[in-house]
Design a protein around this ligand. Structure first.
Ligand code: MTE
Length: 317
């Protein structure tokens, strides 16, 4: 049994420093100055942060998120990545993660389990750019120009057996590099999952870059998931294993605190988290607080997946 230690998210909203205080001008400028140094520290042989050349084409269906893109200096330095600590300022610690070489296992209920070098996976997948909104359950949000490939394409590549109902993702486990993983009360490694129907929807993106460059370690290099209609904790970082299964995976936060962090975690402003409202969100890098949209505004693409299940809490947490 795990000793339950509440994550920072567990703070009541009133005790969280307002974004405009956190991002005062000095801190912001300091962040900009530090970004170059951080870039060097985070560089690996693959040249993390190296620009994609050519830059993958922007998908016209996701070329505009209806809001300004969040500043790169904010996005790369204000993170949730518990492997490197429970504060938002983990970027320097995360820069120590060696992301080259990196390999990804595809296993479980598939035609042929295999382990691929990350580069080989990249070569096999069609890269594109998509601008997505990201909504954390902590009620902050941002807009990111991701580079990646559709998860649906990876499912096709993996050739799952007909009985596979879910896709389970797993993050690296290396307590020597990641100090958070020495905190044994957490159920490492970080795990997340989606149903096969969700995985084959066109929206989920396997992310390998952002802002035209390979990913910052703080953002989940070299490979993460982004599920724009779900709370951010579903979008698992630094993935080493993708498994197909007939059992619903239990995510990291669900295992820690199942009454608060469920499997589905679809964004809904009308269903409060047990301890906070989800009605609105702070837009990082601005002083704005805006109303939250159901499915984070992606209902046209995903609402069909949950038809008939909208009442009650089941699909919201
Ligand atoms: N993935 C791993 N492996 N570890 C984490 O702690 N945090 C999640 C998600 N993926 C997390 C993770 C949470 S709570 C959020 S909101 C997003 O990553 C944050 O992504 P960002 O730091 O790129 O904004």
């Amino acid at each position: 049994m795990h000793y339950i230690r509440r994550p920072d998210w567990a703070l009541p909203e009133r005790t969280v420093t307002p974004e405009h205080v956190f991002f005062n001008r000095r801190a912001f400028l300091g962040g900009l100055a530090g970004a170059a140094a951080l870039g060097l520290a985070g560089r690996s042989a693959r040249a993390a942060l190296a620009p994609f050349d050519p830059r993958p084409p922007l998908n016209p269906a996701f070329a505009n998120a209806g809001r300004d893109i969040t500043d790169e200096a904010i996005n790369s330095r204000y993170n949730n990545f518990y492997e490197f600590g429970s504060s938002k300022a983990i970027s320097e610690s995360a820069a120590r993660l060696v992301t080259d070489p990196w390999s990804v296992s595809i296993d479980g209920m598939v035609e042929k389990p295999r382990k691929l070098a990350f580069e080989d996976l990249l070569k096999a997948m069609p890269l594109e750019e998509r601008i997505y909104r990201h909504r954390c359950v902590e009620a902050w949000s941002m807009v990111v120009p991701w580079i990646g490939f559709p998860l649906a394409r990876l499912v096709e590549f993996a050739q799952p057996l007909s009985g596979a109902r879910f896709v389970r993702f797993e993050t690296f486990h290396d307590p020597e590099i990641a100090p958070g993983q020495r905190q044994h009360w957490y159920p490492w490694p970080y795990v997340e999952g989606v149903s096969i129907e969700e995985a084959t929807n066109p929206l989920p993106l396997m992310v390998v870059g952002a802002y035209g460059k390979h990913l910052y370690n703080s953002m989940g290099a070299p490979l993460r998931l982004h599920l724009p209609w779900k709370y951010g904790f579903k979008s698992i970082k630094s993935i080493v294993r993708i498994s197909f299964t007939d059992k619903r995976p239990v995510g990291f936060w669900e295992e820690l605190q199942g009454s608060e962090y469920g499997f589905w975690a679809n964004v809904n402003p009308d269903v409060p988290h047990p301890r906070w409202s989800q009605a609105s969100e702070r837009v990082l890098g601005t002083d704005e607080r805006i109303p939250t949209q159901i499915y984070n505004g992606y209902g046209a693409q995903v609402a069909e997946l949950y038809k008939g299940q909208e009442s009650g809490r089941t699909i919201w947490y």
